[in-house]
Design a protein. Structure first.
Length: 205
């Protein structure tokens, strides 16, 4: 059977929105450590809803003979978007799990970058509904790559400050490194999404 094109695009848009929503909720958590458990739970619910979107899209890909984009591209995009939300949830849940009492000064800038890049990802995924000339949407991809580069530099500085802090507690260092690592991987995964979208634009424009 033929696909309802809007169904696939709606699901991808919803996945991108879930990732951005999770990032914004994470940023709220960073600014409100007094309610980490509640914020972490909210992010867990977003992640649960995002998993449902991923399963629904996968089922539609499998059940549809003709899809609006290559099935491999749809699966890659959906999987990467789901990974972003999963990684955000993993970072937030570790803050709650490890009972980290207060945010480090470099946490908010890292999560702010995550909010910004998920916004860029949402915008890039939205391009797929009406693929235009590659040059017309190039600024979206350039912006995502710029944010990734800035986040990478901020991540390296955060690690340096963490490991070289005088009198640092080794166990606390390990806990924070796990949080930072998942934020960085989430940002990298956002760039992966943009790369897939860009390749699709090149293919179909």
């Amino acid at each position: 059977m033929f696909a309802n094109k809007e169904t696939f695009y709606d699901l991808l848009d919803a996945q991108a929105e879930a990732a951005h929503k999770a990032a914004k909720e994470f940023y709220t958590l960073v600014l409100d450590f007094a309610h980490v458990a509640e914020r972490s739970h909210a992010i867990k619910q977003i992640e649960h809803d995002a998993d449902d979107l991923t399963h629904r899209l996968a089922n539609k890909v499998d059940a549809t003979f003709v899809t609006p984009l290559d099935k491999e591209d749809l699966r890659s995009l959906s999987g990467a978007l789901d990974d972003v939300t999963d990684l955000i949830e993993a970072a937030a849940s570790r803050i709650a799990l490890y009972r980290l009492a207060a945010p480090r000064p470099d946490l908010a800038p890292l999560v702010a970058n995550l909010v910004e890049i998920t916004r860029g990802v949402r915008e890039s995924v939205g391009v797929l509904r009406n693929i235009r000339n590659r040059q017309e949407v190039q600024s979206i991809f350039i912006n995502v790559h710029r944010i990734e580069n800035e986040s990478d530099a901020a991540f390296r500085k955060a690690l340096s400050d963490l490991f070289n802090e005088p009198g640092a507690d080794a166990l606390n260092v390990i806990k924070w490194k796990e949080v930072y690592d998942r934020i960085e991987i989430a940002v990298d995964k956002c760039e992966d999404v943009a790369n897939v979208v860009e390749s699709v634009v090149v293919k179909y424009a």
